[in-house]
Write a protein that binds this ligand. Sequence first.
Ligand SMILES: Cc1ncc(COP(=O)(O)O)c(C=O)c1O
Length: 366
Amino acid sequence: MTCDYFKLANLGVQKLHPYMAGKPVSELERELGITGIVKLASNENPLGLSELVVKAIQGEITDGCRYPDANGHYLKAALSERLNVSSSQITLGNGSNDVLEMIAKVYLQPQHEVIFAEHAFCVYPIVSQSIGATLVEVPAKEWGNDLDAMLAAISDKTRMIFIANPNNPTGTWLGEEPLKAFIKAVPSNIIVVMDEAYTEYVTDGSIPNTVNWLSEFENLVVTRTYSKAYGLASLRLGYAVTSELICGLLNRLRQPFNVNSFALAAGIAVLDDEAYLTRAIAVNRSGMQQIVDSCNDLDLQYIPSAGNFVTIDMAQAAMPIYEKLLRKGVIVRPVGNYNMPNHLRVSIGLEQENQKYIDAMKEIMG
Ligand SMILES: Cc1ncc(COP(=O)(O)O)c(C=O)c1O
């Protein structure tokens, strides 16, 4: 080799570890020589696509050779009505990961520090470190964000704070009062990113809709996704809601055509499918109860979750149990990379999928 191309890479990128995605079912079936695998590993919606989405996608096929609407005009209009904000406050992304990366690129430089909690969603360190910013991981409190400790971690170098509400992979959540007091206490030159990927599952008011706080806090950025309750994970669609000024900055570096025509059409269609969302929430609620009941039966502690997944303490190293589940045709998510080597995260599936996991666990745990 004439040159060390690893050392030539951006220092932050050298220190990154690749995102660990769940293996696709087809790959595992091939590897293990079994069929009928159930995937409860990526917090997807088990209902399949909304019928309205299928129709909307079909309607876009003939124009598939054209570039999509670069500004996502109609989707932004639909979202703006739904969220009661102006279209000029919405930035669309190729999944919410895309907008999280844009936010980091707009505001972070190598001299900055970024605060997030231990066990927080792994994309925050990835997008921050790729820019060379310093990561400040604050120890968790009862698996969730310790807001006082996060405030205490602020220095004059802090430029951004990431909070997922609810958090993945722990499912922990923050209520209105502590969260609002926290954002009030954060200096206004620090961008607070509220990642609300799972917010649609929480219908009892225990989680605030921070979009309503945007007029009060200019440093607030709220991100949402269509990958979870709306069931569009493979289409890749998410968005940020911010002040118009921040939206304008995000738009400067957004890749042209970052959201494809099928996602744009699907995003509008699924907003009209109230029944789909209602069913997704109900299936998640009953499935959560089913999995939680099985934890109680098996005497396993779990972290109460507001998302579409639950993270369970196996009371021993979790990887061997993960491997045994795989062999029984159930994929869940090990979370050792989140410093939780004894836990497994189980996404809530359909009743029969959850039952397959429960039966496998009962056999494994004897
Ligand atoms: C907390 C959180 N934020 C953001 C995302 C990103 O989702 P997407 O890029 O599919 O919108 C996820 C996905 O699992 C997540 O758990």
